[in-house]
Design a protein around this ligand. Structure first.
Ligand code: FES
Length: 98
């Protein structure tokens, strides 16, 4: 199935690009690069990311050296959210009773 009509990329090609033994793609941009093209309209980016997530099952972040040193944007966002969210006191409701 074609997932990127601009570059005629198939789902199988995307899966293969992120499971290669060497130089495997770990971002959507790397998928395009691995397959010898570049994003054009960008409409396919979410679909490519979803295929990567399905294929790798979260392994992309675990294998990424940027994520492990906390320089990754996703890691920074997660840290900021964790710092901003205060746990609810025991027995508190999200919606106050009227
Ligand atoms: S559909 Fe993939 S770049 Fe346009």
């Amino acid at each position: 199935m074609i997932v990127c009509s601009c570059n005629c990329l198939t789902e199988a090609q995307v899966r293969e690009s992120c499971t290669r033994s060497e130089g495997a793609a770990r971002s959507t941009f790397e998928v395009y690069k691995c397959l010898g093209c570049s994003p054009k309209c960008g409409t396919c980016a979410r679909t490519i990311r979803k295929i990567m997530d399905e294929t790798l099952g979260g392994a992309a972040c675990n294998a990424c050296p940027v994520a492990t040193n906390s320089a990754c944007g996703a890691a920074k966002i997660a840290d900021a959210l964790n710092a901003a969210i205060e746990p609810l006191p025991a027995g508190a409701a999200l919606v106050p009773a009227e």
